[in-house]
Write a protein that binds this ligand. Sequence first.
Ligand code: AQP
Length: 332
Amino acid sequence: MKRVFSGIKPTGHLTLGNYLGAMRRWNTVDQHEADALFCVVDLHALTVDHDPGRVRRLSRQAATLLLAAGLDPQLCTVFVQSHVDEHARLSYLLECVATDGEMRRMIQYKEKAAAERARGGSVRLSLLTYPVLMAADILAYGTDEVPVGDDQTQHVELTRDVAVRFNQRYGRTFVVPRTTHPEVAARVMNLQDPTSKMGKSDDVGPGVVYLLDEPEAVRKKIMRAVTDSGSEVVHDREARPGVSNLLEILAACEGGNPKDLAGVYETYGSLKKDTAEAVVELLRPVQQKHKELCADPAYVEGVLREGAEKAREMARPRVDAAYRAIGLLPAG
Ligand code: AQP
């Protein structure tokens, strides 16, 4: 059975982009068809200015939402990255294989470093090395497939390069993983700025639909989404990014193809209305289940404890093998 690994970073409240780009496939496909691990990658949340209490709360919330959205601990392993030391242990070894130039080429590093500097802050070294920790997350488990949104493609490519290089230099240790993306909504765009990705730590809050937004808030955000000049409903990401984004969201919610859906609508208003209702209905069961799980925090803690134990057992042999392969003396 193939091994699947993916993660979510507790840097903000989870968004519709996280759900459509990644989480939904984890629930509907991956956990049923693969030996799958899903992780709240909390160490990654420390790469930018952070509040410790907030990261803790968001980590718990993200884990609860993963379960609320449908991950079943009987079918897959759900855990928190910092509970499994193997990630950080392996990350250092991979830093000795990856290069400074590779890290500086990462688009996400460039964007987030520029934003940090614009705020007058300094850029943490961990922001630069974050893709190596992500490579460790993936490679520690012998992962075959990494289901992610479009924005993570470059990081998975780097993971592949690092795995190949390590294997060539020190002997075959890692599986070289491939990426999978959803067919539609692999990159959900910000409703107020449809040329930028909808991100959970975006400053443009009204352009971001959060999984825990009340139905009225969802409706308001979608009805106020920026649309393009012209009035014809067409799917063309370059020329009509706003309308195309709505068509993709609607297609992802209801199934179907954004280009075909475009032919169904004559006005932006009716497209927005249907998109808003589709998103409200998509989120309703997730929000209901989240509420139930919040009333039972011991259950969520238990899932994470068992998940971490299982993950540790899976990761340790390969990480130990990497320590030996790279030339470190085994500890007795
Ligand atoms: N807008 C998006 N459209 C499609 N997929 C998306 N993902 C994120 N945003 C979108 C996918 O969600 C998964 C988890 O993402 P992450 O938590 O690892 O962080 P990220 O990719 O950096 O996403 P965010 O939400 O934008 O976080 P911030 O704002 O902190 O950078 C990934 O599979 C991602 O592709």
